[in-house]
Design a binder for this molecule. Structure first.
Ligand code: C5P
Length: 222
């Protein structure tokens, strides 16, 4: 039996991170949330009051920044220069700015290089927007996960409620559609399904059903 690399891509709120985390636990694999890395540099850039359209300034800052994803009992924790920013990177402000930061080709290159290193060992599930197309183009298993915008907004609402973040369903839906558009239409590695990815529409599936499906697909490749 060998351990494999699993790439999970898809639009905002498709359930990628919840599902990837659970599948990683079942398979005893490492989970890597690449969206958290884009969020972390967005948060730091905002703290430094950088102009988010200034690619050179963002890249300079990123080069002096460490971003670590550390496992913990309560799920993966995100450390920015040694400080836990797991909650700070999920605020509405960061969410509404992250796609602008992630659209810069040189910001992406810097983070993709780091993600490639994290994916070098087998036994990894990585989720994001360009994992199957750019970060691990030769991944043994690629999944492209989506769900209707209504369902994705509903899931985000429940997620936010759990985190104690007050939100409005219609606003969440509008934000999700806007972020999908930015992520899909940018020039630098846009959100697109890899040719060899398996498409999973999770609209009418439970979390457990999707996790089971991925674990089963992984076992076939191991
Ligand atoms: O996955 P999450 O919603 O946390 O990602 C936040 C944002 O980071 C996405 O909307 C996208 O702009 C960016 N992202 C990306 N490439 C990735 C992961 C995330 O561009 N691999």
């Amino acid at each position: 039996m060998k351990t494999i690399r699993i790439a999970i891509d898809g639009p905002a709120g498709a359930g990628k991170s919840t599902i990837a985390k659970m599948a990683a636990e079942k398979l005893n694999y490492t989970y890597v949330d690449t969206g958290a890395m884009y969020r972390a540099i967005t948060y730091k850039s905002m703290e430094h009051q950088l102009d988010l359209s200034d690619e050179a300034a963002l890249v300079d800052l990123l080069k002096q920044t460490t971003i670590e994803l550390r496992p913990s009992e309560t799920g993966q924790q995100v450390y920015l220069d040694g400080i836990n920013v797991s909650n700070e990177i999920r605020t509405t402000e960061v969410t509404s700015n992250v796609s602008e930061v992630a659209a810069h080709a040189r910001v992406r290159q810097e983070l993709v290089d780091r993600q490639m290193v994290l994916a070098q060992t087998g036994g990894v599930i990585m989720d994001g927007r360009d994992i199957g197309t750019h970060v691990i183009p030769d991944a043994e298993l690629k999944i492209f996960m989506s769900a209707s915008a209504d369902e994705r907004a509903r899931r985000r609402l429940l997620d936010n409620e759990k985190r104690g973040i007050p939100s409005d369903l219609e606003q969440l839906k509008a934000d999700i559609i806007k972020r999908d558009k930015l992520d899909s239409e940018r020039e630098a590695s846009p959100l697109v399904q890899a040719e060899d990815a398996i498409y999973l529409d999770t609209t009418n599936l439970s979390i457990d059903q999707v996790v089971e499906k991925i674990v089963q697909l992984a076992k076939e490749k191991e």
